[in-house]
Design a protein around this ligand. Structure first.
Ligand code: MLT
Ligand code: ZN
Length: 451
């Protein structure tokens, strides 16, 4: 073992410095199987002090660090390029008592979203962010990527939940700001700077989060519509008529086919339709009547099925939530996560298949996502070695519609090359200067976010 591994072993103990290829393997390939990279070793500190000591040891040795949470990211940000120390935060699982007075909680970066949800619900509150990877995705990663998910229409993305943080800087120093004041205009907002910084500015070790009221009455509708324009008409009616609207999701006929085959799900309707919307109301009292009223009022609805019991709600959500797994079971997709102004959403969906086919005629684009934010997940199966060219064509199409090349997954390694499609030279230069001032040696997540 080298001096660095010796020092890391002194800090975290021999059992938590992994150098064996077999033991490192699960950390070195991400969930998508698209991103793989060899680390020098995997280090698993137990608390903030150990994280700080690990970062200091790496800084002294001049060895870069890849930061990893639950490894559920979709843009390669938690996978080393080659030779980094892989810093896994999975053991930072501290869960403080829920502060019901402030409706906030402080948690370690390695707590999974599901554990946090259970913890908040036991105290009569809930987490404003929810997403399908909840059982493995960790809070640190959710903040570092500013994750979105299915509740953004109601509560915003991860940064909206964030009221404080603790983080280790690239020199091993620690910033702790966990009081969670509801109002605090004292200088630059470093908490928000770290949200979405993808591990490039600091290693988040703890976060303080705002919690939301626990909504026990859920009513869900799976709605068939003629296309994206009609889905958006329905959204407008739903937003106006449903004060407790908590989700508005979109998928298309080919996505439903894939999910039904994968999950062995019965057909939700006797006919097939071009597009489908999932609407959810989550409230203290049952909203099913309001939901039915909106469905009756909207001319966009071709057919609909509604549930308000737990099993029915889960059954309807499965059509949307199983998309990621079903696609992954069919191959290793090119995963693109984009957003456009809502006025451009229908034309984007119309133009995407031809844009992909022009590059890779055999490829299969599966499109789904978070309709209310104009956020589409464009998953392209069977692109083979044309993946980069497909990425380029899709992201250019999105940029031509004033959209974003990264709506909620982050830029990571996957899209760093295309950053200039969504950010001006002046913005990228400013980002570089922030990076250089916080991490002058480029130690944290090199190659991620900034090209
Ligand atoms: C989703 O909304 O299901 C996630 O962002 C995952 C994905 O894009 O596959
Ligand atoms: Zn998503």
């Amino acid at each position: 073992m080298s001096d660095l591994e010796d020092r890391l072993t002194e800090i975290v103990g021999a059992g938590h410095v992994l150098t064996d290829g077999d033991l490192k393997a699960s950390y070195e390939t991400d969930w998508t199987r698209r991103f793989t990279g060899e680390s020098r070793c995997v280090v698993r500190p137990a608390d903030t002090a150990q994280v700080a000591a690990v970062v200091r040891a790496c800084a002294d040795a001049g060895v870069p660090i890849t930061v990893q949470g639950g490894n559920t990211g979709l843009v390669g940000a938690s996978i080393p390029a080659g030779g980094e120390v892989l810093l896994s935060l999975g053991r930072l699982t501290e869960l403080d008592r829920v502060d019901t007075l402030e409706a906030q909680v402080t948690v370690g970066a390695g707590v999974t979203l599901e554990k946090l949800q259970q913890h908040a619900r036991a105290a009569g509150l809930d987490v404003g962010v929810d997403l399908a990877a909840r059982s493995a995705a960790t809070v640190g990663g959710l903040v570092a990527t500013n994750a979105g998910g299915v509740r953004v229409v109601r509560y915003g993305s991860m940064r909206e939940q964030l009221t404080g943080f603790e983080a280790v800087l690239a020199d091993g120093s620690v910033i702790t700001r966990l009081a969670g004041l509801a109002k605090d205009n004292t200088g630059y907002d470093l908490t928000q700077l770290l949200a979405g910084s993808e591990g490039t500015l600091a290693v988040i070790t703890k976060v303080r989060l705002r919690l939301v009221p626990l909504m026990t009455a859920r009513s869900v509708a799976l709605v068939a519509v003629a296309g994206v324009a009609e889905a958006l008409d329905l959204l407008v009616t739903a937003r106006a008529g449903l004060p407790f609207l908590a989700a508005a999701e979109l998928f298309l006929a080919d996505g439903l086919d894939l999910v039904r085959g994968y999950g062995r799900l019965a057909a939700p309707f006797t006919e097939t339709y071009p597009a489908y919307v999932v609407l959810e109301c989550a409230a203290p009292k049952d909203q099913t009547d309001d939901l039915l009223e909106v469905l009756a009022e909207s001319e966009a609805v071709l057919d609909a099925t509604v549930a308000s019991d737990a099993a029915g709600v889960a059954r309807l959500w499965a059509h949307r939530e199983m998309h990621t797994e079903a696609i992954s079971a069919a191959g290793v997709p090119v995963k693109l996560d984009v957003s456009v102004p809502l006025a451009e959403l229908a034309s984007l969906v119309d133009e995407l298949p031809a844009t992909v086919a022009a590059i890779a005629p055999a490829a299969r684009p599966i499109i789904f996502g978070h309709m209310a934010e104009g956020n589409l997940h464009v998953n392209v199966l069977d692109a083979g070695d044309l993946a980069e060219r497909v990425t380029d064509a899709v992201l250019r199409l999105v940029a031509s519609k004033h959209g974003s090349i990264s709506s909620e997954h982050g830029v990571g390694r996957a899209k760093a090359h295309w950053l200039s499609l969504s950010r001006s030279a002046a913005e990228i230069d400013t980002m570089r200067r922030i990076k250089a001032s916080l991490d002058p040696a480029g130690l944290l997540n090199p190659g991620v976010l900034l090209p």
